[in-house]
Ligand binder design. Structure first.
Ligand SMILES: Cc1cc2nc3c(=O)[nH]c(=O)nc-3n(C[C@H](O)[C@H](O)[C@H](O)COP(=O)(O)O)c2cc1C
Length: 222
């Protein structure tokens, strides 16, 4: 998708009061945040915190805190319906409970951090049509201390998520020099990046709301 880089406004566009109240009446959306860095002072964790500051109305964001406890994927540890060991089961339960997922990834050696790829492998089973990620709206953002902002890692993560059955939002936020990218208030310093983050969250929230409503309707119809 295309973003308007020239728009330096920090505010979401709400053309009329009735639009705001319509959004406030909408069904709540639960997003799950998964960060591909394990270290406590991760810049990508700060990026997820910046996202939490810009959520659309009626949208909550919960962080999955136990990526380090997800066991290395081993097909021989798996249950027939996927999962098996406790760390992997906790991840799958969190994914299933969420209406949408925001992945935030650094880049390691031009690719996805191993812990994050491991999580996607668990969540892809047993098939893309029946996995925890099946038809789940997901967005991928990320940053690196380098000048490209983890773009390769993001591209590869999107590819893996699509193969795992997720509904991947076609939008990117790459944050270069991420170690100097934040203001004191926790927001991204670059106005275009703030705007882009806001737009991605808006799209993810709307996709998650629509997909959750369709799931609920299908379940009610039996
Ligand atoms: C093992 C390793 C490999 C890295 N490879 C890359 C890379 O390929 N591209 C890049 O831009 N930065 C790379 N970096 C630097 C990361 O962008 C930087 O460490 C960043 O802060 C990691 O994200 P975090 O702060 O969320 O932990 C690498 C860092 C590590 C530890």
């Amino acid at each position: 998708m295309t973003f308007r880089e020239s728009d330096t406004s920090d505010r979401r566009t709400r053309p009329a009061d009735h639009a705001a109240s319509a959004a406030d009446d909408a069904q709540p959306v639960r997003l799950l945040g998964i960060v591909g860095s394990l270290r406590p002072h991760s810049h990508n964790k700060r990026l997820l915190s910046a996202a939490a500051l810009q959520l659309p109305p009626q949208t909550t964001l919960t962080v999955f805190p136990h990526l380090k406890r997800v066991e290395p994927f081993d097909e021989s540890d798996e249950e027939p319906q996927g999962g098996g060991p406790p760390g992997a089961n906790a991840l799958l339960a969190a994914i299933r409970a969420a209406d949408g997922i925001l992945f935030v990834t650094p880049e390691y050696n031009g690719s996805i951090p191993g812990v994050l790829k491991n999580a996607v492998d668990w969540a892809s089973r047993p098939t893309p049509a029946t996995s925890a990620l099946a038809n789940k709206p997901v967005a991928v953002i990320g940053g690196s201390t380098g000048m490209f902002g983890a773009t390769w890692s993001q591209q590869e993560l999107r590819k893996a998520l699509k193969l795992a059955g997720a509904r991947v939002i076609d939008a990117e936020l790459a944050v270069p020099s991420i170690d100097t990218a934040f203001r004191d208030d926790g927001n991204l310093a670059n106005p275009a990046s703030r705007r882009r983050l806001s737009e991605i969250l808006q799209i993810l929230s709307e996709e998650a709301r629509t997909t959750a409503a369709m799931r609920a309707a299908a379940a009610a119809a039996g």
